[in-house]
Design a protein around this ligand. Structure first.
Ligand code: ADP
Ligand code: MG
Length: 691
């Protein structure tokens, strides 16, 4: 049961004044459903504004307050995703366009009647010949008095929310903060000079206060470390089963290839864990194509040889099917019974699978989360393999682990190359095996860095490439978002590039970006996947969920604006077929030393681990960390830099607490329980009660 002191924080957002049914959705979209979520919705940055008499006095990119008089409203063409625009004039007669995307435009219509002067606050930009302010932060009738705050928080928004609204909700949430006992060691607090919890929250909203932000980040890291240590302690208490395979089934496998050194080593590590009674908890890391499946198969066969069952959990229906087919083929000569269970299985089919699991005739099960519903029971589950662990999370893993009579061994697999220093944060003290060697015969993707001035040659190269019957990607950067709306300049750049390429290649080109309606996007993707379209222009290829082996060329424009890990992921879209693939990184003229080093690294290596490590090192240096990148490391508050700096401290403190008070019953332990609730690591607390 959640401690009572936390109740005001866990009240629903609707209990805040001004949150009606209409705002529920946009708030939920940001993950803000409770009062505590609002309190923890920290500003992304702060702006300071300057009041200017006319537009000539302001420079581009500057945050200004200015009096403007609307002269004309221009709605977007029906069906287009363009902005709703209000053309407005300053005192000197200069025109500026005020732009809104999506639903935000509704407010604009009412607030900006033609001919009536208004105070506008926002960031002045230029688009072509036109000055513009996208989504002005404030519009006032009478005076600009309270828009001139030196430092104003800027919150992440979603469609339907405005800065003043969110600011108001935050204020209400902060007014409701209860007194909570301190969970941080007094010595640590003193050493770091951090404020108390409630004070830290207030300070973090009021200005860029590094100590306050650090304290809140540390709290989150401490909660995470504690929860993971509780899982570990629980695992140690529960008995697993030692599984010793005789190798008979593995010997019958007919693989069309020999294992790589890394595969052999990983299999040995896993087998070494499974012969022990303590349940195995291991993470298998390896780039896409590194050959994780066959390693997983070996782990599962060890269990089957030992007379137990094995289950493989995939994140999606499609992946579950793919795994099922692959494994069935490999298992051919072994006679092992394998079944597929997804949410789609109904009626008789489902019944028969459930029976088979219960009587043990099904030895190996592949499926989606459907395989750990309450109604699914195993005769004797020996090992669970989880593909793409980060999508499931520890809570689900625990639910699955509870299925075995004794705790089953758990092997998690991920293709995300996580730097070593972050593995701890995401996976706690799991043991890690790394497939750091690709199977032989893989063609390296020929990666080149090309200055932007040579774009015409690049386009000519694409022409030859398409003429040869291949397909290509053209990726435009879409890195920034302004207040929940994509950066107009980025979208404009992608649209412009598309228009230019279309002049040359006609119907063979399609465009995909996040501002298109899903049907339009899907149709474009479909045309590319089926080969009708030959060139795909896209803002992020992350949206491109398809595998197109005949696409063997990728151009990445303004490559220097991407994170290296992101470039690595993008590049992984080519090089999937037998053909040699090429990746061209287009860079703009002036690049810093570090910028050059980053792109050179991409050219030099295809090793996702190395790229991830170096990316982190380079960004830790601060060059690209202009905006806070929390979320990237899997945390809501802590950003990458804080994770690196504070995690070791938090982890050490969590261990110390566990050593002294593993049941969390001392006053500090009780406070730590609250922290676990606050950061939704309640599964950690649940384990306490169970043990
Ligand atoms: P991952 O799941 O790590 O992305 P897969 O297990 O799907 O990779 O393997 C990718 C491809 O490489 C598959 O076609 C697989 O058969 C093949 N493969 C795996 N191991 C080897 C190996 N040692 N030698 C050659 N090919 C291999
Ligand atoms: Mg795989």
């Amino acid at each position: 049961m959640r401690p009572e002191a936390l109740n005001p924080l866990f009240a629903e957002v609707q209990t805040l004044e001004g949150v009606g049914p209409k705002l529920m959705k946009p708030l939920e979209k940001l993950g803000l459903t409770r009062v505590k979520d609002i309190a923890y919705h920290l500003p992304e940055r702060f702006v300071s504004r300057r009041m200017v008499a006319d537009l000539d006095q302001a420079s581009e990119g500057e945050q200004v307050i200015i009096a403007l008089t609307p002269v004309e409203h221009r709605a977007p063409r029906p069906g287009s995703r363009g902005p709703y625009r209000v053309l407005a004039q300053d005192a000197a007669g200069n025109i500026c366009s005020l732009n809104w995307f999506g639903k935000a435009a509704y407010g604009a219509k009412k607030l900006l009647p033609v001919g009536e002067a208004r105070w506008i606050a926002g960031r002045l930009d230029r688009y072509g010949d036109m000055l513009q302010i996208v989504h002005p932060d404030h519009i006032e009738v009478e005076s600009a008095a309270h828009m001139g705050r030196m430092s104003e928080p800027v919150y992440r928004l979603s469609d339907g929310l405005t800065q003043p609204r969110v600011g108001d909700f935050v204020e209400q949430a902060l007014a409701r903060l209860p007194e909570l006992p301190e969970w941080i060691e007094p010595s640590q607090l003193e050493r770091a000079g951090w404020p108390a919890w409630a004070a830290a929250l207030r300070l973090a909203h009021a200005g860029s206060d590094a100590k306050a932000r650090d304290r809140l980040a540390y709290d989150e890291l401490l909660a995470n470390s504690l929860a993971l240590l509780l899982v570990k302690a629980d695992g140690r208490r529960r008995r697993g089963q030692a599984l010793i395979g005789d190798g008979a089934l593995r010997a019958k496998l007919q693989l069309p290839f020999g294992l790589t050194g890394a595969q052999t080593r990983s299999i040995a590590e896993i087998e070494g864990d499974m012969v022990q009674e303590a349940p195995l908890l291991r993470l298998l890391q390896g780039d896409v194509g590194a050959g994780k499946t066959v390693v997983a198969l070996n782990a599962m066969l060890i269990a089957v040889e030992a007379g137990k069952q094995a289950a493989l959990l995939a994140p999606t229906e499609i992946l579950a099917r793919q795994h099922f087919e692959t494994l069935r083929k490999m298992l051919g000569p072994t006679g092992v019974e394998i079944a597929l269970l997804t949410g789609r299985a109904k009626g008789r089919e489902r019944e028969s699978i459930l029976m088979g699991l219960l009587d043990g005739s099904i030895q190996l099960l592949v499926g989606t989360h459907a395989i750990f519903q309450d109604t699914v029971n195993y005769r004797d589950l020996g090992v669970v393999v989880i593909d793409e662990q980060h999508r499931f999370g520890v809570a689900q893993r625990l639910a699955l682990a509870a299925k075995g009579k004794r705790a089953p061994h758990t092997l998690a697999m991920t293709a995300t190359p996580i730097p070593r220093s972050l593995t701890l944060a995401q996976y706690g003290e799991m043991d890690v095996s790394r497939l750091d060697e690709l199977p032989p015969g893989r063609q390296a993707i020929d990666t080149r860095v090309v200055p932007m001035e040579r774009i015409e040659e690049v386009v000519a190269g694409i022409e030859r490439h398409l003429a040869g019957g291949s397909q290509a990607y053209w990726v435009c950067p879409m890195v920034r978002e302004i207040d929940g709306a994509p950066d107009l300049a980025d979208i404009a750049a992608a649209e412009a590039r598309f228009a230019g390429l279309k002049e040359q290649f006609g119907e063979a080109v399609v465009l995909v970006h996040g501002q298109l309606r899903p049907e339009v996007k899907d149709a474009a993707m479909e045309r590319f996947a089926t080969g009708q379209a030959r060139l795909l222009v896209a803002t992020t290829v992350i949206e491109v969920g398809v595998d197109v082996p005949s696409a063997t060329l990728m151009v990445i424009e303004q490559a220097e604006r991407f994170g290296l890990a992101q470039l690595h992921q993008l590049r992984g879209r080519v090089g999937r077929g037998a053909e040699k693939s090429t990746c061209l990184l287009l860079r703009s003229g002036q690049l810093s030393e570090t910028g050059r080093a980053r792109l050179a690294l991409m050219r030099e290596t295809q090793d996702g681990f190395r790229i991830a490590e170096e990316d982190l090192a380079l960004r830790g240096g601060g060059e690209l960390l202009g905006t806070r990148q929390s979320g990237e490391a899997g945390f809501r508050i802590a950003d990458l830099e804080q994770v690196q700096r504070l995690l070791p401290v938090a982890h050490g403190d969590a261990r110390l607490l566990m050593e002294r008070d593993g049941g969390l019953t001392s006053p500090r332990g009780e406070a730590a329980r609250m922290l676990l609730y606050l950061f939704e690591r309640d599964w950690g607390v649940q384990l306490l009660r169970g043990g």
